[in-house]
Design a protein around this ligand. Structure first.
Ligand SMILES: [Zn+2]
Length: 246
């Protein structure tokens, strides 16, 4: 006579409960997201300049710098997402204080920080891209640290000084990739200046003024969308090189 299998109601209940739990988790995106492994990829912070009441420059066709900077930042973020974790300091039309932008970068553990702008003056030079790095001298003159600042704030405003060498290297990496990919007629330069948004950032950080962002630019064989695509790809390569991410 065959032996009767012993009944194990406890095991059956456990199996049913486990199956039910797995189904709930895998079919509920909210729970699944919370249970995902943490994203260990390097964090790239992109800071779209201006926003809200601060429109920045106004383009020839009425386009505002705050919108141009946000649109370009989102395009950049979309490409970067394939290799990096991307944080935008703003993702809509609202203003963020320059120290808050740096604070977001620090809290999110940003490995690099890019502030996106269209340039200066009424008609930004469409044939130039300028990469700004913080200027250490400006701290001594009281330009970036006002007398009214508390000691803690004054110290916080010096965060970027520790990353000056790395920020210059980041600027050089960007410049060399831009020069390799963009038409020769676009002048790429690196400058140091008292840039407020960079002073609190605890990571290599630059502000990039893209002269053709607002008013566009037409080359003989390259329309503006193609030019922007080349710029974004060159930027992506530069970050991979800088962070040594294949
Ligand atoms: Zn600007």
């Amino acid at each position: 006579m065959p032996r009767n299998c012993p009944r194990r109601p406890g095991r059956i209940i456990l199996a049913v409960t486990t199956t039910f739990f797995c189904m709930v988790v895998f079919f509920n995106p909210a729970i699944a997201t919370q249970l995902q492994w943490p994203d260990k990829r390097p964090v790239v912070v992109i800071d779209p300049g201006h926003g809200g009441a601060d429109s920045g420059l106004s383009g020839l066709m009425g386009k505002l710098e705050k919108k141009a900077a946000l649109d370009f930042s989102k395009t950049l973020a979309e490409v970067f997402k394939s290799k990096f974790k991307v944080v935008l300091t703003r993702d809509d039309d609202y203003n963020v204080d320059s120290d808050q932008r740096a604070g977001i970068a620090n809290r999110k553990g940003g490995r690099v920080f890019f502030s996106i702008h269209a340039g200066t003056g009424k008609y930004p030079n469409r044939d130039s891209i300028t990469i700004f790095v913080i200027k250490p001298d400006s701290f001594r003159q009281g330009g970036l640290c006002r007398r009214a600042d508390s000691p803690a704030l004054a110290l916080w405003h010096r965060n970027q000084l520790k990353y000056l060498t790395a920020s210059l290297r980041l600027a050089e990496t960007l410049a060399s990739e831009f020069e390799r990919s963009l038409p020769e007629s676009i002048k790429i330069s690196i400058r140091q200046a008292p840039v407020l948004v960079l002073r609190g950032v605890k990571a290599p950080a630059v502000l990039v003024e893209i002269g053709f962002l607002l008013n566009g630019r037409k080359d003989k064989d390259l329309d503006n969308a193609a030019l922007e695509h080349k710029l974004v790809q060159a930027w992506f390569e530069a970050v991979k090189i800088f962070l040594k991410h294949p």
